[in-house]
Design a protein around this ligand. Sequence first.
Ligand code: F6R
Length: 607
Amino acid sequence: MCGIVGVLSDKPAAPLMMDALRRLEYRGYDSAGLATGSGGALDRRRAAGKLSALQDVLEAAPLPGTSGIGHTRWATHGPPNVENAHPHVAGRVAVVHNGIIENHAALRAELIAAGASFESATDTEVVAHMLDREIADGASPEQAMARVMPRLTGAFAFVVLVAGEEDLLLAARRASPLAIGLGDGAAYVGSDAVALAPITRRIVYLEDGDWAVLRRSGVQVFAGDGTPVERREQISTVSAAMIGKGNYRHFMEKEIHDQPEAIAHTLHAVIDPGTGKATLPPPLDTAETVAKITILAAGTSYYAGLTARYWLESIAGIACEVELASEFRDRKAVLPDGGVAIAVSQSGESLDTLMALRHAKALGQKVLALVNVPESTIARESDGVLLTRAGPEFGVASTKAFTAQLTAFLGLAVALGAARGHIDAGEVLRLVKALEAVPGRVADVLKDTGPYQIIAHDLARARDVLYLGRGLSYPIALEGALKLKEITYVHAEGYAAGEMKHGPIALIDEHVPVVIVAPSDGWFDKTASNMAEVRARGGKVILLTDKAGAAALGDGADHLVVLPDVPSEVAPILYTVPVQLMAYLAAVEKGTDADQPRNLAKSVTVE
Ligand code: F6R
């Protein structure tokens, strides 16, 4: 996590960096800081808390200089105070860093024994001291980098500014993302291309282990062993126009409302709108011989994987396991020859998922990336890519990326089912038509958010909330609970409805709202029995269902939401929207920051 940025320009660096950091604040907002070089010296401003606090500091004490580095922090080592805010400075060297230097304790002990004194509790500061020592011993900044890089272990990206070197930045990446931006007589670096979008779309992505020397005249890249390498310049697909909030109060609200479009665009990446034909990306293009699919993901993306398992089994007739990336990477999983792993990630940068992907490769699996960022590390390390076309997602709580993942997975299941002969042409047509209708039904739900406002009022005041669902609705119950807890801090749990009687039922009393996700599908009657069990214990039922479900059960609900009728296969996509709205409106009611909830960051690039 953490967002990092570096600028070599002919304009003042501080405003350019603040602008880029605003687009990186989703990566962490515990503290922020900038350092610039001017007149042979380094100057630094830092503040605890969000970027707005740093802005106040800068207004009182502006930073001169046209070269600089900046940081927005998600704390790992050391509390989120000013002392631990980046940039960290030792002698002539300032460093901003994302990720973890795993051997920092040994390096710190060695540096202290050699006389260094530390100002912070961070792992980052060792890098500043090590580079400064090399430079003090007569090395050039480039030589210092070449000597220090092999001594660092872990997954990280960092950018270095050296006093007296106002046409130089050094940048390095190992596993954590880093994008270099090229300008006319200018060079930039940032944690992602979105940060740099308003200043340049000419991007060079560093590969794992690379480090680079940036000057206004150009960029030189070195591989981990210090040999110069060529890295291709690309034009980023992200434009400045895609990254505003529009008239919405929060990015999350905008992104919930972006969903009809995000779903439609994603669908057409898998299914040709003219012919209705679904295409399979490699390595799934040899569908008949794929032995098994293993889905690897974290958080909300993991819930998309749990939903996909139902589709892949029933529509494509293919064996499927879904693994939490952080658990899978340390397991000696037994996977078949000819198996395919699908790494699912909005950002394409979650370190847990990246490490799980590498582990799956080592276990002989081919890998498909299902990501929202085409240039991301997970996309680049996979054998094939299926893009969700949700557009940039800034709200820390994932919304449109999730429904886009569901759409891509269902399209994929249909394409696989057709290719493997598991479903016939009529069934393909029925499912494609069902998918084509989803954007319209989602737009219908979004037309009137009034009912959710009333429910949100109750949820915002609850101590505990349960979400129940069966079959395809079970992962949506999990997702609903995650959305509520992460942005409102209300304790919420998602359960398989049939599992409730095995323990969680003990939690139910008249103070516990229970959200039941129950379209009238093949699981409905059993869910109805579980709802009766909740009612019998005084629980408050919030029922999400369709017309037939409302006719059967509506009388037993304290709040009833009737959603449009849709074929059961696409219901998870539609039923996600109410659980998102309820959580978002509860956060607004409580006054928590829906876009930047406490302790979280959007792109989790630490393990
Ligand atoms: C929850 C949320 C997280 C992410 C998770 C994985 O709203 O956003 O749980 O889903 O951190 O992130 P990606 O999909 O970028 O790998």
